[in-house]
Design a protein around this ligand. Sequence first.
Ligand code: ZN
Length: 253
Amino acid sequence: MRTAIVSDIHGNLEAFQVVLEDIKQRGADRILCLGDILGYGPNPVECVDLVVEHCEWSLMGNHDFGALYEPTNFNAAAEASAYWTRAQFEAESDSKIAASRWEFLGRLRVRVTFDDFLCVHGSPRRPINEYVFPEDAINSPVKMQQIFDRVQKYCLLGHTHVPGVFTDEPDFYPPDDLEGVYKFNNGEKAIINPGSVGQPRDMDPRASYAILDEDAMQVEFFRLEYDFQTTMLKIHDIPELSDWLGDRLLEGR
Ligand code: ZN
């Protein structure tokens, strides 16, 4: 079974389309989304429609929650983007289509398990909001211990927009250190972050995602160029979205 894992699309249609096309070319049995379909980006509605069409399921991210219910712990730019995002769904004139989108968003789950995998957006402790940062592997051993205590074997999560693998040493390996592929080690717990489709923050502006192959017992990471110039200009054209949300796409931070 080959499972493509996408996360943190953040309303970036240009990036998501390129990722979906790449998944199609490489072949996957299904696509799962770890949340944050919305927020920051200029095409939240289109991205939700694509998730409905292509993904087996999606989790609830903090930005999905923010647009749907209330933006909590958001900075001013994120809060403004959450309200603008909500307004895009409210602007749908076809009431049936509008209702089915709200229905989909309202049913997003905060944790899903399959086989040996626990899936959350943020962390196993606080599934919607807690970040598991690469530097936590060095600076916060107690936090990492408490998080790994909640992982039976493997965990898939997003939220930081930084791809890579945490092991229970604890340690963190960016995809480059793994030559793009992590092979599951019997006995070693692992937390895998596929990175962000629509707003990478590891100083690489390319869209990020991963394919989990449960037969080969490995995860492969992919980076893809997309037209971030177009996405940036769309963001600049929307007064409610801070220009910085577009500018950061060029640098991947
Ligand atoms: Zn996110």
